[in-house]
Design a protein. Structure first.
Ligand SMILES: C[S@@+](CC[C@H](N)C(=O)[O-])C[C@H]1O[C@@H](n2cnc3c(N)ncnc32)[C@H](O)[C@@H]1O
Length: 210
């Protein structure tokens, strides 16, 4: 009986140290956010029941013929579906800092016969589009990776048409996940008004109006 106690204490100490290390790592990742490297793209390819494409569609309310922007498409988990929701006549423009991500999405689109996606390499903090260009825009698991989130939201507001909608998706276990209340504060400061949310602390989509 007595011999078991040191082992239990050692295990508890090891677990606690691991938790502290993990918490420190997440804290650092949030303080100094960087884009998910292309060689770790597998993380962006897992299915997400709480941040699902069905939920995205519900909040985006896409219509045929619209011009839509996705910032940070990764390898196209959402884009390959969203593009189809805009047919006939609509276009999905995707913007990512990493050309490799865009190339991957475009390869996947071509394999599936999706033809209405236009890729642009660029930074969310300084969008290369003209004012009042898009009917709607969305970004999933991306805003947390952007250093200046306020600038990115202001840019999104600028490129949306008056009355245009922005949908943001965030979910665990993303270390950069932005809690809804924080997002709402940032979006309202950038000039958006909150409209609707689906989901909770583990994963949600929220829609804002320009
Ligand atoms: C975690 S991945 C998410 C990909 C995809 N939205 C998804 O949910 O599967 C984040 C993506 O945002 C891109 N990204 C990060 N910072 C960015 C920035 N400042 N401007 C544009 N794209 C950015 C990354 O390159 C990456 O493709």
């Amino acid at each position: 009986m007595k011999a078991k106690r040191p082992a239990a204490v050692a295990l508890a100490t090891a677990l606690l140290s691991l938790l502290i290390l993990l918490a420190r790592r997440v804290q650092k990742m949030r303080a100094e956010p960087t884009a998910l490297p292309y060689n770790q793209r597998l993380w962006a390819e897992f299915p997400r029941p709480l941040v699902s494409r069905t939920r995205l569609r519900k909040l985006l309310r896409p219509k045929a013929g619209q011009r839509m922007l996705e910032v940070g498409p990764g390898t196209g988990y959402y884009s390959l579906h969203t593009a189809g929701w805009l047919l006939p006549g609509g276009t999905l423009e995707i913007l990512d800092v990493q050309q490799d991500m865009l190339d991957d999405t475009m390869r996947n689109a071509s394999a599936l016969g999706v033809k209405n996606i236009t890729p642009t390499q660029g930074d969310a903090q300084e969008l290369p589009h003209a004012d009042n260009t898009f009917d709607s825009a969305y970004l999933v698991a991306t805003l947390g990776e952007v250093l200046n989130k306020e600038a990115a939201l202001k840019e999104l507001r600028r490129v949306l048409k008056p009355g245009g909608r922005l949908v943001v998706g965030e979910g665990q276990p993303d270390p950069h996940m932005i809690r809804f209340k924080v997002l709402q504060g940032l979006a309202e400061t950038a000039g958006f008004s909150f409209e609707e949310r689906i989901g909770g602390p583990l994963g949600y989509f929220a829609r804002f109006k320009r």
